[in-house]
Each structure stands twice: as structure tokens, then as C-alpha cells.
Write a protein that binds this ligand. Structure first.
Ligand code: VGL
Ligand code: ZN
Length: 190
């Protein structure tokens, strides 16, 4: 798939808490970095979302079931767990989009409660490529919202990992059925 100057890359939540050793680890989560770092070089527009919760976020549970509405405390603003994975390249001019900042609302999508759509439009982007963590939650929600906002949307399938295998597979199918294309990182060409 050939990249042109109306394309943008959205890197979703590649943060310590979603990687092994973090509070809400995604199996193999750190593996997305080696797909995403080289991919960045092919895009002139880079957006990095981050889960950026207040200490009292409504999704936090002391007895988490690791599904929607019941997560362990994670990605608390300014905590080490909320930092981007240390191996992820984050260029100094990259645009960082913080989400989930409201105590009372869950926000899986990078578009929810943020100005991401406006910023993409203002930059002239018409198509977005999405990669990151986790396939079944924030990647899916972000990709679906990108499509709903009118952007052609492509999922980098080897650049994301799921919290749960079953919901991950269902998320891939739902995205495909909605019209989101899938491709591998190395298939993206300049
Ligand atoms: C996420 C669960 C809770 C994600 C964020 O980034 O996919 N998952 N908060
Ligand atoms: Zn969260």
C-alpha cells in the first residue's frame, strides 16, 4: 500500500502499563514497537494517543475482571506507567493526544473528547493508518471513530496486540466488516 502526503499514522497507547511488567499488560505488547518505529519514517504526520487517567478514574477496580468497566489502576497521569514505552520513538514534533482524562467517563477512542479529528482535517489528512494497543479496545475504538469521522482507515495488523485473544479476533472482524482495510507494516510503501 502506497503512502502519500494526505496520510497520517495514529499510534495508539504504546504505554508502559500496557506492556509486560505494566499494570494492564497486553501479551507481547512491546512487540508493536519494532513494527511502529520503522513505519513512522514513512509518514509526514504522526499522532500518538495516550491513556491519561486521573487517579479516581471510573474504570479502576480493586478487584478487576480485565474487561470493559473493570480494569486495574493504569495510566495515571504523570505516573511511570503512563509514559510511552522506552523503545518507542516519539519525535519532538509529534502530536500527542491525551484521552480518558475525565474521571466519570471511559474513553477508549483517541477521538473521544479530543480535537484529533479537527487536527487531522486541518492538516489535510484524508486517510489514517492505525497501530498500537490494544486491538480489542483502544485500537478498535480509534479506528472505528476515524472511519465515522470520514477518514479512510487502514489497520496495521502486525502493529497491534489484543488484551484477550477472543475479543481481539472479534475486533479484527468488526473492523473489517465496517470497511477498515488491513495491511502489514512492511507492506506500507513510500
Ligand atoms: C485500554 C483498557 C483500558 C487500551 C485503555 O488502550 O486499549 N484498554 N484502558
Ligand atoms: Zn484506560
Amino acid at each position: 500500500m502506497k503512502v502519500n502526503d494526505t496520510d497520517a499514522l495514529i499510534v495508539v497507547d504504546v504505554q508502559n502499563d500496557f506492556c509486560p511488567g505494566g499494570a494492564l499488560p497486553v501479551l507481547g505488547g512491546e512487540g508493536v514497537v519494532r513494527v511502529i518505529n520503522p513505519l513512522q519514517l514513512k509518514f509526514s504526520r504522526l499522532y500518538f494517543t495516550r491513556d491519561w487517567h486521573p487517579q479516581d478514574h471510573c474504570s479502576f477496580s480493586d478487584t478487576p475482571t480485565f474487561q470493559d468497566g473493570s480494569w486495574p489502576e493504569h495510566c495515571v497521569q504523570d505516573s511511570p506507567g503512563a509514559e510511552f514505552h522506552g523503545d518507542l520513538h516519539v519525535p519532538s514534533d509529534a502530536i500527542i493526544i491525551s484521552k480518558g482524562t475525565d474521571s466519570d467517563a471511559e474513553a477508549y477512542s483517541g477521538f473521544q473528547g479530543t480535537d484529533l479529528a479537527e487536527r487531522l482535517r486541518a492538516s489535510g489528512a484524508t486517510r489514517v493508518f492505525v497501530a498500537g494497543l490494544a486491538t480489542d479496545y483502544c485500537v478498535k475504538a480509534t479506528a472505528m471513530d476515524a472511519l465515522a469521522a470520514g477518514f479512510e482507515t487502514v489497520l496495521i495488523e502486525d502493529g497491534c496486540r489484543a488484551v484477550n485473544d477472543e475479543t481481539g479476533q472479534a475486533a479484527l472482524e468488526a473492523m473489517e466488516a465496517a470497511g477498515i482495510r488491513r495491511c502489514r507494516g512492511v507492506e506500507v510503501e513510500t
